[in-house]
Design a protein around this ligand. Structure first.
Ligand code: ADP
Ligand code: MG
Length: 340
């Protein structure tokens, strides 16, 4: 991550605004992506993520503001002249062409000789672990394999920046996790800058060097996964990235709280609040509790099931407990300091 801070910006948006008819898609966007980063645009549906990608790719033009690639304004460049490639959720492969032909298509369009284009396509297919599938047609592949072909087709052009718009959205959970790891590896091995769009906070946290959180055409916060989770700049970020307890102005993550017997001793530097377990839901690796504190507030608590199960089963609903957390675990939103 420290290496990344030192790299120069590769994509910059300065004061970019975009409306469709009267509807504002992007209000006034400033964004800087550094060379070699895995950078994610995270936000709910309709928050402006795809619009931002389409502006960078050149499929849309901004109403206001500037977009720079490698420091140069790209306003006058059409999509094909920009050193970026896009991978969409719906693959858009040619059904009548083999995988090799699909991947080589862009190179052939740029007049690369067939033998050379096919050799490049074979390398790209090997990079996404489809070396043996080159002569197949898209219909003979699974959804995950088709998505890999789409990736190979984008990467064969050796773009400076790869734009990925919810590329794993159509895959089931297990395959999605597998592809997340593979995308990470590909990005690392190729050094290509990735700008990745998702509405899935787990996906964003697990893959990204940095994340921009979008809400209603604005960026709420840009930071590392750690920054967003541990130091959210707004209630929106605290809520959208992970789950959280809001105690007045303080944010407390469920996994930082422990539930102890009502008469347990409390260590210095810890906050302890008495209450009652309302609900205990066993989820395998963790148990999730809903706790009603005596002061009237509600707490969500998450405990890892790392100790013998009997210790967790002891806390059924109705159990009187002490909810305990380190003072330093309660954060003020939009502030670096802890609640005294
Ligand atoms: P996201 O990708 O985060 O779901 P979008 O960038 O697609 O969000 O959309 C942002 C806003 O702009 C939404 O309110 C959407 O309805 C609107 N919008 C996007 N594209 C168009 C379009 N071609 N015509 C009209 N409105 C659009
Ligand atoms: Mg979108």
């Amino acid at each position: 991550m420290d290496v990344k801070t030192a790299t120069p910006p590769i994509v910059q948006l300065e004061g970019v605004a975009k409306a469709y008819g009267g509807a504002v898609a992007l209000a006034q966007l400033d964004l800087e992506v550094r060379t070699g980063e895995f950078f994610t645009l995270l936000g709910p549906s309709g928050s402006g993520k795809t619009t931002t990608l389409r502006l960078i790719a050149g499929f849309e033009r901004p109403d206001r503001g500037r977009i720079l690639l490698d420091g140069a304004d790209v306003a006058s460049l059409p999509p094909f002249a920009r050193a970026v490639n896009t991978v969409f959720q719906d693959y858009a492969l040619f059904p009548h062409l083999t995988l090799i032909e699909n991947v080589a298509y862009g190179l052939r369009a740029k007049k690369m000789p067939k033998a050379q284009a096919h050799a490049e396509a074979e390398k790209a297919l090997a990079a996404v672990k489809l070396a043996a599938y080159g002569s197949r047609k898209p219909a003979q592949l699974s959804g995950g394999q088709r998505q890999r072909v789409a990736l190979a087709r984008a990467m064969v052009n050796k773009p400076r920046v790869l734009l990925l718009d919810e590329p794993l959205g159509a895959l089931d959970l297990k395959l999605r996790h597998q592809m997340q790891a593979e995308l990470k590896r590909l990005q690392h091995d190729t050094g290509i800058t990735f700008i990745y769009v998702t509405h899935d906070q787990d996906e964003a946290l697990s893959m990204s060097d940095r994340i921009a959180v979008f809400s209603q055409g604005r960026i709420e916060q840009v930071g590392t996964p750690f920054d967003l989770y541990e130091r959210p700049a707004s209630e929106f970020v605290a809520d959208f990235v992970g789950s959280s307890n809001l105690l007045g102005r303080a944010l407390l993550r469920p996994e930082k709280i422990r539930l102890l017997p009502a008469d347990a001793p409390v260590a210095a530097g810890e906050v302890a609040r008495p209450g009652v377990v309302r609900e205990a839901i066993y989820l395998g690796a963790v148990t999730r509790y809903q706790v009603a504190l005596d002061d009237g507030s509600e707490l969500a608590v998450m405990e890892a099931n790392t100790v013998p199960l009997s210790d967790h089963l002891r806390l059924g609903s109705g159990s009187r407990i002490l909810a305990v957390w380190p003072q330093s675990a309660a954060m003020t939103i939009g502030n670096q300091g802890e609640i005294p």
